[in-house]
Design a protein around this ligand. Structure first.
Ligand code: GLY
Length: 581
């Protein structure tokens, strides 16, 4: 028998005989936050406090999610917003689930080639900076859709904490100040944004400064009084459309008037007996997480171990194949046929596994379909209430502080989500994603997202709420937290803290966080043909927030259980907090 066949055989035998048991955790992280009645985990501690108060007063997880969404728009302006868009996955206490899409839509005047010059070349900055980059925002409509159908509290009560935080201000901690420091140069270019987020001398606001947002407080009060009409048909829409017209944008009043939330069936799959519920198109997140999980189910990851060359090889090859599907075939479901059933099918995963050489890296270029010509500044929060309702929300301005513009008089930062479209097939976007025609720009269309608010259950009971920012890496960050809990036995805090790897088909590179892989492992991967690059830009690796139900880890749950709710905010987040009661 040839050596390569022998190697294949030994790998197959390993698969057949290895015990699929989680290894004990080895990561060093603080203990998760534990609570019995409710848990709120967000990227900013004041927003977590807001959500917790709603739960304590008897509001449900959807009420808390709405209040947190508005609060983050004030205290986490790099990504929290009402001028961007997002997704909400809800798993109700009876086991049913739903998904709300309140992502941005392309303005009606948008065209396929709007970011190209006369020679068909991308014009740098056109899809990322200023009003031409702005999609029609969805959070105000999305939060109201969620609240009016699934919440229990009046809108005014849920917005009030955000109004107070905006009007009275809040004192910046290190994690808050870091965000302003990074964005100062960009914010300085827009007078309305600079007036809010920079000092009168044009410096970034520092630790100990109080950030007061008077215009934002007024906009939020208007929404509290008049409901979403204030934003979509009233004074706020007028102010945004006026600013857009004055500064080269194409937003119209009609764009705002015809904005609609979509309620969609979530994507579902089963991984080693766990039921995964996640985001459907216009997100690629749930589909691609399920596709990768289905592929990885055929490998004994618990036996191979976290961070081993064999585990990383299997993960990278699964990511490589799944991201081809993501980048070439998925788009807004109102505009393209998404092969969701195929991509999430176990037989399709089996076909892909057959193409993966267990000892050799694949070549991305060879996977390019015939005819084929993301910043981390999103935010995710996870909530569970006393009744067992679970909500996962990921929402975003796309880049940090979005398009870097605030419509004068509104205090509202606007997104640059239009960059998530394929501005030019084959050319990389902000996140280096190389995408195809399915995600081309069209009026009223929603750009393909990676946001992956995910809820997992086991035996009909909620098990995990998880998600992350991270642009194109949202999918792999969320995936790795799931693998770390289910396959590698980590507790929820260790699972979100553990160093990460990422592959997105193109560029054909394995990106790793510093310390994610040992020098020996790197040598093994290199010998297989992998090109591994250490990516030290910590902001791009996301900040996951998760909750594990019934114990802090699978082993604690299997041993009879620990605290009911175990919350973890990624240690990469400077100002975040898990709060429970
Ligand atoms: N803007 C990041 C995403 O939606 O994937």
């Amino acid at each position: 028998m040839k050596t390569s066949n022998l190697k294949r055989l030994s790998f197959a035998l390993l698969l057949a005989f290895s015990a699929v048991l989680p290894h004990p955790a080895w990561a060093a992280s603080p203990a998760p936050v534990k609570a019995e009645h409710g848990m709120v985990v967000t990227a900013q501690h004041l927003a977590s406090d807001v959500g917790l108060e709603v739960l304590k007063k008897g509001g449900n997880a959807v009420d808390a999610a709405v209040a947190v969404g508005y609060a983050l728009a004030v205290v986490y302006p790099t990504a929290g917003n009402i001028g961007g868009g997002g997704f909400m996955t809800i798993r109700f206490k009876d086991g049913k689930s739903t998904f709300l899409d309140f992502r941005e839509r392309a303005p009606l005047a948008a065209t396929k080639a709007m970011y190209l010059d006369d020679h068909g070349n991308l014009v740098k900055g056109r899809s990322t900076d200023g009003y031409l980059a702005v999609g029609v925002p969805g959070p105000v409509a999305g939060f109201e859709f969620a609240r009016s159908r699934y919440g229990t509290r009046p809108l005014k009560e849920l917005i009030e904490p955000a109004v107070k935080l905006a009007r009275e201000g809040f004192v910046l901690q290190q994690g808050d100040a870091d965000v302003f420091e990074r964005a100062a140069e960009r914010l300085a270019k827009d007078a309305a944004a600079a007036a809010i987020f920079l000092t009168p001398e044009g410096k970034p606001r520092a630790v100990g400064d109080r950030l007061v947002q008077t215009d934002l407080a007024a906009s939020l009060s208007r929404i509290a009084e008049e409901g979403p009409d204030a934003f979509y048909t009233g004074a706020i829409a007028d102010l945004i459309v006026k600013a857009s017209a004055e500064k080269g944008g194409i937003l119209s009043k009609q764009d705002f008037e015809q904005y609609r939330v979509r309620e969609l069936e979530p994507v579902k799959c089963n991984y080693r007996g766990y039921e995964v519920v996640s985001s459907p198109p216009p997100s690629s997140g749930g589909v691609i997480i399920c596709e990768i999980l289905n592929i990885l189910e055929g490998y004994p990851l618990p036996y191979l171990g976290y961070g081993s060359a064999e585990t990383v090889h299997a993960m990278v090859e699964a990511m490589r194949h799944a991201y081809v599907d993501r980048n070439t075939a998925l788009g807004d479901p109102d505009f393209v046929e998404n092969p969701v059933a195929k991509f999430t099918n176990k037989a399709y995963a089996e076909e892909i596994r057959k193409k993966i050489d267990p000892f050799k890296a694949g070549v991305s270029e060879l996977l390019k379909p015939a005819g084929f010509g993301e910043s981390s500044e999103t935010t995710h929060y996870s909530i569970v209430d006393d009744e067992g309702n679970a909500v996962a929300v990921t929402y975003t301005l796309n880049g940090s502080f979005g398009a870097g513009v605030v419509a004068p008089g509104t205090g509202i930062l606007l997104n640059n989500e239009m960059d998530d479209f394929t501005a030019k097939p084959g050319a990389p976007n902000l996140y280096g994603l190389v995408q195809g025609e399915a995600n081309a720009i069209a009026p009223g269309k929603t750009p393909l997202s990676s946001m992956s608010p995910t809820i997992i259950s086991k035996n009909g009971e909620p098990f995990m709420v998880i998600g992350s920012p991270g642009g194109a890496r949202i999918i792999t960050i969320t995936l790795e937290a799931i693998l770390n809990v289910i396959d590698h036995g980590m507790n929820i805090q260790e699972a979100v803290d553990a160093p990460r790897i990422h592959h997105q088909w193109l560029p054909d590179k394995v990106f790793m966080e510093p310390y994610a892989l040992s020098p020996d492992t790197l040598k093994l991967l290199s010998a297989m043909g992998h090109d591994v690059e250490i990516d030290e830009n910590w902001t791009i690796w996301g900040q996951a927030t998760g909750i594990l139900v019934g114990g802090e880890s699978v082993s604690e749950i299997q041993a009879g259980g620990g605290a009911r709710y175990n919350g973890a905010v990624d240690s990469r987040i400077g100002a975040g907090a898990a709060r429970g009661y």
